[in-house]
Design a protein around this ligand. Structure first.
Ligand code: NDP
Length: 480
């Protein structure tokens, strides 16, 4: 059985404990590799390596750093097929999704921040007749990046790329559930000429290695993407240590569809925004509010479309949906479907685990599930399920749609469908979310701020926001 290693100081090394964890293939439910069960000792080694690498990396100059990050981006691109296959196998997502979304986006993340750092500028503020302020932005030092399993390399690189571009050294941990492409990244980084110790990648569980990263006194900033509960714990732990914190957390995003929308576009996009990546994208719209005049028509077309939304093993070229990421996650999703029934919901389609044939019989497949008849305040409509499960609810007025949309603790993203320009602006303004799409979904410009309000997080990623997060501002005043 293949054993993965940590990547510390430019070398692949075994965990100091000698312990390993099983890594499952969601498509088959079988263990296919072993990953290091790292702990605080491994974090200590990684921090020492990062600390030693920091002076040279942070003073190399932006051209040098940008050139290496560009090579890193090209290195992933040159190994596209291997990364795509690994991501799909590790996560359960259809090969086509890894090919069109995950890995190209990891390539773009490194390329984008390599360029961004070359254009990043700091401010000066003149006080006429008094003096001049200028602000410098310096890298922080050693930073921690912790990412989830749903878009493994995509979200891992979304943090690492700006951290490195800004001149920091990184101790990073991918999710223990999807470690493989992060493991592959070490070799690519080395080949791209990234100096030893600049990027350290540790594998293992949140409570062991993640927690040790969060608590390490020499790690001065934590960029975390994951669940709200974990984010709360990290904030409680790192806050008193005065670490910089960026927290991208859970969501329960509304998708508000007005009767004057482009019906075909709203329908086809809603199919994606509900079930892409088996509903395991933090930006998926899991609560769909439909204006009453088109409610029945939309519902019928939406449910009918599920017949073509084939759930299959990830390498099936016809698969629109693959396996969910793990057995415990599958069980959690199925328990929410049971809860929805108890709360009085009607399952319009799906609602069950799907058993495939042969080698995939033990895989973690769930049919796309559409539920109606639930009150917007019930648990099914308030708690994050993070799977192929959506609810549909009719509304009569814009106010009612906004009340329901804004009723959860979350505020990550929202989608609005209308052809009324004034309404589009009004609703976009009033919906409580960090990201709003009007007549679209998941259109991403990497320069824009990315993040949520309320329990969906603190801080923003993307563009200058990420480079500001990964640098410390210092203001200098000079008297005339
Ligand atoms: P978790 O919060 O369980 O885990 C996220 C990462 O944190 C993993 O690497 C995990 O390790 C690690 N971790 C767990 N416990 C600790 C701890 N005590 N200290 C430090 N690190 C820890 O989230 P999931 O991986 O289950 O991801 C799904 C969640 O991520 C959903 O809530 C989703 O909404 C959210 N998400 C948010 C996004 C956003 O941009 N706002 C984007 C994508 C997802 P391990 O895997 O070993 O448990």
């Amino acid at each position: 059985m293949e054993k993965l290693s940590n990547f510390i100081n430019g070398q692949y090394v075994a965990p100091s404990s000698g312990r390993y964890l099983d890594n499952y293939e969601p498509a088959t439910g079988q263990v296919y590799s072993l990953i290091p069960d790292s702990d605080a000792q491994d974090v200590e080694q990684a921090v020492l390596a990062a600390e030693a690498a920091f002076p040279a990396w942070s003073t190399m100059g932006i051209e040098g750093r940008a050139a290496i990050l560009r090579k890193l981006s090209e290195g992933i691109e040159a190994n596209m097929e291997a990364f795509v296959a690994a991501e799909s196998k590790d996560n359960g997502k259809p090969l086509s999704l890894a090919q069109h979304v995950d890995i190209p986006r990891a390539v773009s993340n490194f390329h984008f921040f390599a360029t961004a750092i070359e254009h990043f500028a700091s401010e000066s503020h003149q006080m006429e007749g008094v003096g001049l302020n200028y602000t410098t932005r310096k890298p922080i030092g050693v930073v921690g990046c912790i990412s989830p399993w749903n878009l493994p390399l995509y979200l891992f690189s979304w943090k690492i790329a700006p951290a490195l571009a800004a001149g920091n050294c990184v101790v990073a941990k991918p999710s223990e559930v999807t470690p493989y492409t992060a493991y592959m990244l070490g070799k690519i980084a080395k080949e791209a000429g990234l100096p030893d110790g600049v990027l350290n990648i540790l594998h293992g569980t949140g409570p062991n290695v993640g927690d040790a990263i969060v608590k390490h006194p020499k790690i001065k900033a934590i960029s975390f993407t994951g669940g709200t509960k974990t984010g709360e714990y990290i904030a409680q732990t790192a806050g008193p240590m005065f670490k910089k914190l960026s927290l991208e957390l859970g969501g329960k995003n509304p998708n508000i569809i007005f009767a004057d929308c482009d019906f075909k576009d709203a329908l086809s996009t809603t199919i994606r925004s509900s079930f892409a990546n088996q509903g395991q994208i933090c930006l998926c719209g899991s609560r769909i509010f439909i204006e009453r005049p088109i409610y029945e028509q939309f519902k019928e077309a939406f449910v009918a479309a599920m017949a073509k939304n084939k759930v299959s093993f990830p390498t099936d070229p016809e698969a629109k949906m693959g396996a969910v990421v793990s057995k415990p996650h599958m069980e959690k999703i199925l328990s929410y479907i049971e809860l929805a029934k108890e709360e009085g919901g009607t399952i319009l389609c799906g609602g069950k685990r799907k058993i495939l044939d042969g080698a995939h019989a033990e895989g973690y497949y769930i049919e796309p599930t559409i539920i109606e008849g639930l009150h917007y305040t019930c648990r099914t409509n308030q708690e994050e399920i993070f799977g192929p499960v959506v609810t549909i609810t009719p509304f009569d007025t814009e106010e009612e749609a906004l009340t329901m949309a804004n009723s959860t603790q979350y505020g990550l993203a929202a989608t609005v469908w209308t052809s009324d320009l004034k309404r589009a602006h009004r609703v976009a303004d009033q919906v409580q979310a960090g990201i709003v799409w009007v007549n679209a979904w998941l259109v991403r410009d990497l320069r824009t701020p990315f993040g949520g309000v309320k329990a969906s997080g603190v801080g923003r990623e993307g563009g200058w926001e990420a480079l500001r997060f990964f640098t410390e501002a210092k203001n200098v005043f000079i008297k005339y």
